[in-house]
Design a protein around this ligand. Structure first.
Ligand code: IPE
Ligand code: IPE
Ligand code: MG
Length: 236
């Protein structure tokens, strides 16, 4: 079957989920961790090789400080709790995003989780943290400018570069472009996600709120993907 190699989830709707239940927004975030666990298991079971999760955007730094703190705290707690079982299940853990904005404690934890699971091959789980598509493209352009500044003879090669060459400067270098991007909670927008990498991604918008997105919903999304006809601008 035609399974997405890289599946990506925009995990949206935690706040609304909590509100519907008369609870504080943070309860939605807590419950959302359960959905992450379920989706990681489902990804392994269905044979998806890369699962990326939009966990926190660059724009999310503009939320109330208490919510930002709660989300960062939750990240540390969830990593500490989940890492042993991720390791056992052959999951390679990665974080991609503007890590300069993360607290030192969180960065240390991320480094240790990434290095302890670096050899795993069953599934690559990528948490997109403090990420945005425009940030990624901009940091790639800055990297190139710096490279030419430090080594002017690189200019010619860079001017001849194709899109695959540019891929190597992105924060996602080495990771295949997402085949399928799913967004929960009924919003039909990308919110500054994978602007470059998503050029030919299949898109699926579902009404389910993230804390309710579990294995069955994950499998339905994979099933949706298997029925797509990807033409890449050609005639079939
Ligand atoms: C997604 O849920 C979590 C993050 C963006 C960090 P939201 O917190 O955006 O929930 P809604 O969209 O307000 O319901
Ligand atoms: C997008 O959700 C970012 C993540 C899921 C991490 P938001 O809730 O921040 O997006 P908007 O503000 O509705 O576009
Ligand atoms: Mg939201």
């Amino acid at each position: 079957m035609n399974i997405p190699v890289h599946m990506s989830l925009i995990m949206d709707g935690n706040g609304r989920w909590a509100k519907d239940k008369g609870k504080e927004r943070v309860h939605g975030h807590f419950e959302g961790v359960e959905s992450v666990r379920a989706c990681v298991e489902a990804a392994i079971e269905t044979g998806v090789k890369y699962l990326s999760l939009y966990a926190f955007s660059e724009e999310n730094w503009n939320r109330p400080q208490a919510e930002v703190d709660a989300l960062m705290g939750l990240m540390i707690k969830a990593m500490a709790a989940e890492m042993p079982s991720l390791g056992r299940n052959g999951v390679r853990f990665m974080v991609i995003g503007n890590r300069e904005r993360l607290a030192p404690e969180l960065n240390e934890m991320i480094d240790s989780c990434m290095s302890s699971t670096a050899h795993n091959e069953t599934l690559t789980l990528i948490v997109m943290l403090s990420y945005s598509g425009k940030w990624d493209i901009l940091q790639a352009a800055k990297k190139m400018a710096l490279e030419v500044h430090e080594c002017p003879e690189r200019l010619e090669e860079i001017l001849e570069m194709d899109v695959n060459g540019f891929d190597r400067y992105l924060a996602t270098a080495g990771i295949p472009d997402p085949d399928l991007i799913v967004r929960t909670s009924g919003e039909c927008r990308l919110s500054n996600y994978f602007l470059w990498q998503g050029a030919y991604s299949e898109l699926l918008f579902v009404d389910t709120l993230w804390p309710d997105f579990r294995k069955d919903e994950f499998r339905s999304a994979v099933e949706y993907y298997t029925k797509r006809d990807r033409r890449y601008g050609k005639v079939k």
